[in-house]
Design a protein around this ligand. Structure first.
Ligand SMILES: CC(C)(COP(=O)(O)OP(=O)(O)OC[C@H]1O[C@@H](n2cnc3c(N)ncnc32)[C@H](O)[C@@H]1OP(=O)(O)O)[C@@H](O)C(=O)NCCC(=O)NCCS
Length: 200
């Protein structure tokens, strides 16, 4: 039977698929079906880690710059940028550690929005070492940074993340952040940034 015969094009496709299934051949989806960009996820949930949080100190320079190099270098020389943030007195750095071993960090900057005259917290960076990602450390750090910003009078927390960084976008959305804008060529390596905000 030719395509377009008694059953039409799709009847013919269905017939071929039935024949394939009968022979144990896996049906390949037709062209043109759009799928969402996959986000890599562990199949089995990783064990959660109990951590303590403390203020970042000059002794954390090595850890902060190494981790930034590992996770941010695709966006530019963030090891250097993040170290300059660590040194600034108006940036609060928090380290997440387990038995004195640092596993992650986050940085918060507080600024005044002069137009609306309200305090806005800016989450400058958040990172967890790759071997410990997906165990709730990022969520704990972020919740703590939100509570810190609130404590210092901020009514909103803003952040920028690369649009192509789907894991980070999902992470922030899950924590209640919503997109408020985008900026082309925001990162030194040229990626577009998504700006997100959350009311505190
Ligand atoms: C983004 C980052 C900080 C998240 O930290 P984490 O400790 O791995 O995240 P958590 O385990 O706390 O996950 C919290 C939520 O984020 C989402 N999430 C985290 N990792 C994810 C992944 N690989 N895929 C999909 N969603 C993910 C999930 O919704 C998760 O909640 P759930 O486990 O209940 O589903 C971490 O992936 C990281 O350091 N990435 C590199 C640096 C970076 O991109 N920073 C953000 C821009 S500044």
């Amino acid at each position: 039977m030719s395509i377009g015969g008694r059953f039409g094009k799709y009847g013919e496709l269905k017939r071929k698929n039935r024949l394939r299934q009968a022979r144990g051949i896996i049906n390949i989806p037709q062209k043109g079906i759009q799928t969402a960009t996959p986000i890599r996820r562990q199949k089995t949930p990783k064990k959660s880690v109990s951590i303590t949080l403390r203020k970042g100190m000059p002794k954390d320079r090595h850890f902060v710059s190494n981790l930034s190099r590992r996770v941010f270098s695709v966006f530019g020389d963030y090891a250097g940028i993040v170290l300059r943030w660590l040194d600034r007195p108006d940036v609060i750095t928090v380290i997440a550690e387990q038995h004195s071993t640092p596993l992650g960090f986050a940085m918060l900057y507080l600024r005044k929005n002069l137009i609306f005259s309200r305090n806005v917290g800016e989450l400058l960076a958040i990172a967890v070492i790759p071997e410990y990602q997906g165990r709730g450390i990022g969520r704990t750090l972020l919740a703590y940074m939100e509570s810190l910003a609130k404590k210092y009078g901020a009514t909103e927390l803003h952040l920028s993340t690369a649009e192509m960084n789907k894991v980070a976008c999902r992470f922030f959305e899950k924590a209640g952040f919503t997109p408020i804008g985008a900026r082309d060529n925001f990162y030194p390596a040229g990626q577009r940034a998504l700006e997100m905000s959350k009311g505190l």
